[in-house]
Design a protein around this ligand. Structure first.
Ligand SMILES: C[S@@+](CC[C@H](N)C(=O)[O-])C[C@H]1O[C@@H](n2cnc3c(N)ncnc32)[C@H](O)[C@@H]1O
Length: 280
């Protein structure tokens, strides 16, 4: 039996030497922690522990899937968003760090202790709704998705963290059947039809229904803006994530729909990423 350290080094050596191998190394360690059900500290301290054949072949199998482009989060079934560990499966988009900009902007408009009614459209794993609920425990948060398997993942995450978000299945705000809300947040699908990135290794494993935003990528952003204009109270905020080239188009759509105080916020890489406005 080989020591775990050797098995890990052999797995990493299957990636091209240099930057790619350096980038993958921590992920291989995470896969090993997942297979062995060990915390990272134990792996670091006990690298000489011999691994049995079953563990070696499970680790090699997962490393091969990672090499084929499957996101690490699908292989471990777990990711972290806004410091919340979340379960993920191929039924949901893996929450992205840039979506935390949306959380920051929403929280800036929700004073501590606020009891606002907030609607998360296209909740996926529940990341946005659950992060907001954790930060603002008195807010009344409803989260909608069209896909039942995604809602099952979101509900599991809510149970895991004991957060009282209400989940509804439906088409955008139609799911709340005419009720009004104080804020709408959304990270809808926004990738343009035919964009080659949809076929690339990372994204091709994630649900198309979470990514593809119609011929010009704006189909779902338009739908969310129209629905938000219908359900928001006067003075209520809409905040949406969008593609890094879509800021101007989204601001124009918000203006056409009668929103005021329109603005865009950049992500950590400096791209326009979250736009929003205030309803009449
Ligand atoms: C980009 S993912 C965002 C997931 C999650 N909010 C996040 O930020 O990680 C978009 C989500 O919108 C959902 N969706 C797509 N069309 C929808 C519709 N017409 N009504 C409700 N949800 C929809 C998809 O199922 C998917 O979960």
């Amino acid at each position: 039996m080989k020591p775990v350290r050797t098995v890990l080094a052999e797995a990493c050596a299957r990636w091209p030497a240099g930057a790619e191998r350096a980038r993958i190394q921590p992920e291989i360690w995470q896969l090993a922690c997942h297979v062995l059900q060990w915390p990272l500290e134990r792996l670091l301290a006990h690298g000489d522990t011999p691994l049995d054949e079953t563990a070696v072949s499970r680790l090699e199998h997962l490393a091969a899937r990672r090499r084929a482009g499957e996101p690490l989060a699908y292989l471990t079934g777990e990711t972290e968003f806004w410091s919340l560990p979340l379960c993920v499966s191929p039924a949901v988009l893996v929450p992205r760090p840039e979506t935390e900009i949306l959380i920051e902007q929403a929280l800036a408009r929700m004073p501590a202790g606020c009891v606002a009614r907030v609607l998360d459209l296209g909740t996926g794993s529940g990341a946005i709704a659950l992060a907001l609920q954790r930060e603002r425990p008195h807010a009344q948060i409803v989260a909608v998705d069209r896909q039942a398997p995604a809602l099952a993942v979101a509900a599991r995450n809510a149970r895991r963290h004991g957060l009282p978000v209400t989940f509804l299945q439906g088409h955008w705000a139609a799911a709340i059947a005419g009720r009004s809300v104080d804020m709408v947040v959304s990270n809808p699908p926004y990738i343009e039809h035919g964009d080659p990135c949809l076929a690339e290794a990372g994204l091709c494993h994630e649900p198309r229904t979470a990514l593809a935003g119609g011929a010009d990528g704006l189909r779902d952003l338009r739908a969310v803006i129209a629905d938000a204009a219908r359900v928001l109270v006067g003075g209520g905020w809409l905040l949406m994530e969008h593609g890094n080239q879509q800021g101007a188009a989204v601001r124009a759509l918000l203006a056409q729909a009668g929103f005021g105080e329109i603005g865009t916020h950049k992500d950590y890489a400096g791209w326009e990423r979250v736009s929003g406005g205030r309803h009449g």
